[in-house]
Ligand binder design. Structure first.
Ligand SMILES: C[S@@+](CC[C@H](N)C(=O)[O-])C[C@H]1O[C@@H](n2cnc3c(N)ncnc32)[C@H](O)[C@@H]1O
Length: 374
């Protein structure tokens, strides 16, 4: 006998609130009993409809076609500058590494292959939706169980976890900053103006407040500051006033609403700047604020020398000037103080081929540092 519909509904409502939030945002493949989303035409357009892309193990040929077209298959992430990261970190068998931003696990997989036999990798991420999927995927690759430790935590706490697994500090640390393609492309996460969804933007939806709620708390001066600091917005004051006036009339609760509002704005644009650039900056500034990304990065950079063992190496991939400035400054100060024996003289950029094959890599910048041996 089936369970009456009413009871199913009640059970769903008695689930803890965070489980319901995660279930709503998650986009796991439909179970056998669920129907696949139907789509009109030859190709699926929406994230939810791309069930083949969400299951690369089962549909390798379809996924290969998407990759060949320069796109990132839905529900996956293409790791950036893998060869360059491996070159600067130079992983060796037996070493201990921390991947602070596990994401889809692409960098982690390449590192683990080189740390074995005898080494281990600790993978961190704040995202409770993607982390279990990534752990499952990595475990299926057959690495020894104890070679991979996965923790849901903020990399701001790198010092504690590094010292916990290796009292003298770890050999290698990688941080690939920002958001993953799985997060950007899932409309329910609210990161992208390209899809309609709730104006949320939290990498960990169980923590903090969504972007829409943040807007309700900010004064125009605070929002202007945030647009300037997080995205170098030149017209920060006008944009902030305009956004908050509209938000006071009708709360901005969806990405589409914010997009339409910004499209209707009549701000003068700087030479060479486009409306889309301005919209991108607003979304970026809100995302950084919602997740306190600069706060986490500052704590991380401050703790790095203690988390690394003497001779240990760190590589950081950044995606915009606010991040790169912080990394550059911290590495330069560390080198001047003798904490680092070597730092990247120049920023390392993705090859032209990589930029063409994966446009999301285009703004990546890689820097590295080596902890001095005392
Ligand atoms: C660009 S993706 C990493 C992709 C990964 N390197 C790969 O090869 O698949 C960035 C990841 O970092 C996570 N993240 C961002 N800020 C974080 C923080 N402060 N602490 C831990 N994880 C964070 C995001 O949730 C996201 O999954």
């Amino acid at each position: 006998m089936g369970i009456p519909a009413k009871r199913i509904k009640c059970e769903a409502l008695t689930q803890p609130i965070h489980e319901r939030t995660l279930a709503y945002m998650s986009n796991s493949e439909p179970q056998n009993s669920q129907r696949r989303p139907r789509y009109s035409g030859k190709h699926p357009r929406n994230f939810q409809e791309k069930y083949k892309e969400h299951a690369p193990d089962r549909y390798p040929d379809d996924v290969a076609k998407v990759l060949a077209s320069g796109k990132t298959p839905a529900g996956t992430h293409r790791s950036i500058m893998v060869a360059e990261v491996l070159e600067v970190l130079a992983p060796q068998p037996g070493q201990v590494a921390v991947d602070c931003t596990l994401g889809y696990g692409g960098h982690a997989e390449s590192l683990l292959q080189r740390l074995l036999p005898g080494g281990k990798l600790i993978g961190l991420d704040v995202d409770p939706l993607e982390l279990p999927k990534t752990e499952e995927r990595l475990r299926k690759l057959g690495f020894p169980d104890d070679a991979l430790i996965v923790r849901r935590m903020n990399y701001a706490g790198i010092k504690k976890i590094a010292r916990e697994v290796s009292p003298d500090g770890v050999d290698l640390i990688l941080a690939d900053l920002g958001v993953s393609s799985m997060q950007i492309d899932n409309p329910q996460r609210g990161f992208s103006f390209k899809f309609d969804g709730p104006l949320d933007m939290r990498m960990n939806p169980l923590h903090g407040i969504p972007a829409s709620a943040l807007l309700s708390k900010l004064t125009p001066a605070e929002l202007a500051r945030l647009l300037e600091d997080n995205a170098d917005e030149v017209y920060s004051q006008s944009v902030a006033k305009f956004m908050l006036a509209a938000h006071a009339q009708t709360p901005l609760t969806s990405t589409r609403q914010l997009l339409e509002l910004l499209k209707s704005a009549k701000f003068p644009l700087a030479f060479g700047d486009t409306l889309e650039d301005m919209i991108r900056r607003v979304f970026q500034a809100l995302r950084i604020a919602v997740n306190d990304e600069f706060g986490a990065l500052d704590s991380f950079l401050y703790s790095l020398p203690v988390a690394l063992k003497p001779g240990g190496r760190v590589a950081i991939l950044t995606f915009h000037s606010g991040e790169d400035r912080r990394v550059k400054k911290a590495f330069k100060a560390g080198a001047a103080a003798g904490v680092y024996s070597e730092v990247a003289a120049e920023v390392i950029r993705p090859s032209r081929q990589e930029q063409a094959a994966n446009p999301r890599s285009a703004c990546a910048k890689l820097r590295y540092a080596v902890r001095a041996t005392d």
